[in-house]
Design a protein around this ligand. Structure first.
Ligand code: MN
Length: 752
């Protein structure tokens, strides 16, 4: 017996070793090293090494520190961890808490153990409840570690579980912080890895510290009702047992399934239900030998009790992404109460309880079970997804949000028209589906057919739906999709699209504003100057473009920029000439507009346009500009100045014609508000009454409709054409959004 062994037996009074470890130590003392005993030796020497190193260290509970690594190693052993994993459980805190280095660990225990210990050590330094930036970085590293070797996370989960079990020794503030991190990160991770046992215990422990009162209430309620509940369940069990054995179905287990406390609480919260409503739904589990027997048992259940429609789920045919398999059904049982039943084989049950760990136990027999992403690529597509998002999402907030959402979600299974199964988060809509297929499918989504029928794009998909996305080059995402999409992919892609598209819009608007102030040549000179860059920096923007975009959406004002320019001009005597001073904006409006309106052109009566003073002008009928939109004047031979939107193709198509700069004067003159005609085209599902709904919505807003028509054709969306009279661009944007938000609207656009 060496010194360590002696010390261990001496301190046994204060430290109780679990039986398995005692046996392991005994075995390694008596037998010489054989290949069978390799793991045993590795585990024992890891234990002894950790024991020595943590000697003299104590936990907050007053226990010797080694009690923690022992508990972690024991959990890992229960989960079916292999030798290196259990050894890493013993050693997971030594690099952090002692003078030992990873190199020394490799020397003694080999590279595999070193890598595990190193990765777990790194993970413990991460704080997942820290500032978003750091949090995102920490997540990124965790998923990297996971991708290399999933065992790292399993060790980390065991570590966290034991820390949660002994959380009472920490200060309340620390307790809450750790409990929250456990609920938000580690319990969902355990769920994703399918380790149900760890998941529910982590959740219940976090519940205890985060909502102590609710926890106590539910715990007491469950204890009160237990006998009653068990009596009820036993009646059903007896009946089913008899029927199943009549058909000689081999039942390995048939009993009531306890519900964990947080599960009850969470359901009460989510479904706004009382304790009784959740708890009184009894739950049963039937474990049989073969897949075939699962379905036969299901038939027995559905024969004995009335099934509740829509509640049957076949996770045997369609396993969950965390590899979970089972049949689920709900039936109306005794006294008309609902009863939830799960039917599965023993192997499925092991996977349900131990998740990925069950695969070490049952699949990877013989050889070292190096459970990494490479060998299980397909089974862990979700992990690959997380890694991909991490590459795409530069923004820390988004990434963290994406992770938290994704970790939590259950799945719904739908089909492509080709019959491919697509798993999506529960509640996913056709838009989520489209973005799952491809970014461009989402960005160009025009409509959707579900099970061969036209549908709205925000309809939550059901298991088994066949989803066909109709795309069109002219379609683009709508901001209000963000109100209903549930998958991170869809959400981030829509946002990205909008940020991109709006950036340019805003940039153009900002540029226009400044140009109006400085004149075209003044702006051009300015944009090339150092001066503008320095103003951008002084306004906290990296680039001049960013400053202009910010001006475009109103984050900085024209005044702020002009004042900064003035300061600079005074200081440096720069030669930028203002063609227009800031004061001119508030000067009286031009006097000439009331004069000339060619009658055949759409009227822009009283339109306060600057730059056409004293000239004949009219608003172009092709693009029908609105106040608030960048405009340009085209000099015509017979009709004076024709005012177009700057983006109007007719302007570019007539390069020979002279252009003159014009702009809208500030509105609100003489309290008079003019309106301008705008043509809209709306594609709708051909629903009775939708036309009336749209007109109703417009008249609610006091918007005059001067022309309207509907065109329908077989098996195509109906097309509504409207001419509405609007005050300005803002009102147009507003009303288009309003209509787009109505149900059964497929698309709305302005017609040129
Ligand atoms: Mn630890």
């Amino acid at each position: 017996m060496n010194a360590t062994a002696a010390a261990i037996s001496k301190s046994k009074a204060s430290l109780e070793l679990p039986d398995w470890l005692e046996e392991c130590l005994k075995a390694s003392d008596t037998t010489k090293t054989t290949s069978d005993n390799n793991d045993n030796c590795l585990i024992c020497s890891a234990f002894k090494f950790a024991y020595q190193l943590h000697e003299g260290q104590y936990r907050k509970s007053g226990e010797p520190y080694i009690a923690h690594p022992i508990a972690v190693a024991t959990l890992l052993r229960d989960l079916g961890g292999d030798g290196p994993t259990i050894a890493a459980g013993f050693l997971h805190d030594v690099v952090e808490d002692t003078d030992i280095t990873s190199e020394q660990i490799e020397e003694k225990f080999g590279q595999e153990v070193r890598l595990l210990v190193e990765a777990v050590t790194k993970l413990s330094k991460f704080n997942f409840s820290s500032k978003t930036e750091r949090q995102a970085e920490n997540f990124r590293r965790m998923f990297m570690a996971m991708a290399q070797d999933i065992r790292v996370i399993v060790v980390k989960l065991a570590d966290r579980l034991h820390n949660m079990r002994t959380l009472q020794y920490l200060k309340p503030e620390k307790q809450r912080e750790i409990a929250l991190e456990t609920r938000e990160i580690f319990a969902p991770l355990a769920n994703r890895l399918g380790i149900w046992r760890v998941k529910w215990e982590l959740e219940d422990l976090a519940f205890k510290y985060l909502e102590p009162e609710a926890f106590r209430d539910i715990k007491e309620l469950v204890a009160d009702r237990r006998a009653d509940r068990e009596a009820r369940i036993n009646q059903v069990v007896d009946l089913l047992q008899k029927r199943l054995s009549q058909l000689s179905i081999n039942v390995l287990e048939l009993k009531g399934r306890p519900k964990h406390l947080y599960g009850i609480y969470h359901k009460m919260q989510r479904q706004h239900k009382q304790f009784n409503e959740i708890y009184d739904i009894a739950a049963l589990r039937i474990i049989v030998e073969t897949n075939d027997e699962c379905y036969r048992a299901l038939a027995v259940v559905h024969d004995a009790f009335k099934p509740i429609p829509g509640r049957f789920k076949d996770y045997i045919g369609l396993p969950k992404p965390n590899l979970y398999q089972s049949l689920h059904t709900s039936v109306v049982a005794l006294n008309g109460r609902p009863l939830e039943i799960q039917i599965r084989t023993l192997e499925m049950h092991q996977i349900a309880e131990y998740g990925i760990a069950a695969h070490w136990k049952y699949k990877e027999t013989g050889g070292s079970s190096n459970f990494n992403m490479k060998s299980n690529d397909e089974k862990f597509t979700w992990l690959r997804q997380l890694l991909e998002w991490q590459k795409e999402l530069k923004d820390a907030d988004e990434y963290v949000e994406v992770l938290k959402n994704n970790l939590f979600e259950d799945d719904v299974y739908v089909f492509t028209p080709h019959g491919d199964v697509i798993p999506l988060a529960a509640g996913s809509t056709p838009v989520d589906f489209a973005y799952h297929i491809h970014t461009e499918v989402g960005n160009q989504m025009k409509g959707v057919r579900i099970n061969d029928r036209w549908s709205v794009v925000d309809k939550p998909l059901q298991n088994g739906d066949i989803v066909e996305i109709i795309t069109s080059k002219n379609s683009h995402p709508s901001l209000d999709w963000l109100n209903f999409v549930v998958t991170p992919t869809a959400r981030t892609r829509i946002r990205q699209w909008y940020k991109r598209s709006h950036y340019e819009e805003n940039l153009a608007r900002g540029q226009k504003l400044l140009e109006k102030e400085l004149g075209k040549s003044g702006l051009e000179a300015l944009l090339k100057s150092e001066q503008m860059q320095s103003i951008a920096v002084r306004c906290n923007y990296q680039k001049v473009e960013d400053l202009l975009a910010a001006l475009g959406y109103g984050e900085v004002t024209l005044n702020q920029i002009v004042n900064k320019l003035r300061e600079d001009i005074k200081a440096k005597q720069t030669e930028i000439t203002f063609t227009n001073s800031i004061e001119s904006e508030v000067l009286s409006p031009p006097q000439s507009q009331t004069r000339n309106h060619p009658s055949e052109a759409p009227s822009c009566a009283n339109s306060p346009i600057a730059g056409v003073e004293g000239m004949l002008y009219h608003c172009a009928g092709c693009c029908k500009p609105l106040p608030g939109e960048p405009i340009i004047g085209v000099v015509t031979v017979s009709k004076g100045i024709s005012i177009h939107r700057q983006e109007c193709p007719n302007v570019e198509n007539n390069p020979g014609k002279p252009l003159i700069p014009v702009s809208w004067n500030p509105v609100n003159q003489n309290g008079r508000s003019s309106t301008y005609p705008v043509d809209l085209q709306i594609e709708v599902l051909d629903r009775v009454g939708i036309f009336k709904d749209i007109l109703g919505r417009l008249s609610d807003r006091n918007i005059n409709v001067s022309n309207a028509s509907v065109k329908t054709s077989f098996s195509k969306p109906a097309v509504i054409s409207l001419t509405v009279d609007l005050r300005d661009r803002q009102q147009l944007d507003y009303i288009m959004n309003q209509i787009r938000n109505m149900s059964d609207i497929l698309n709305i656009r302005r017609v040129n």
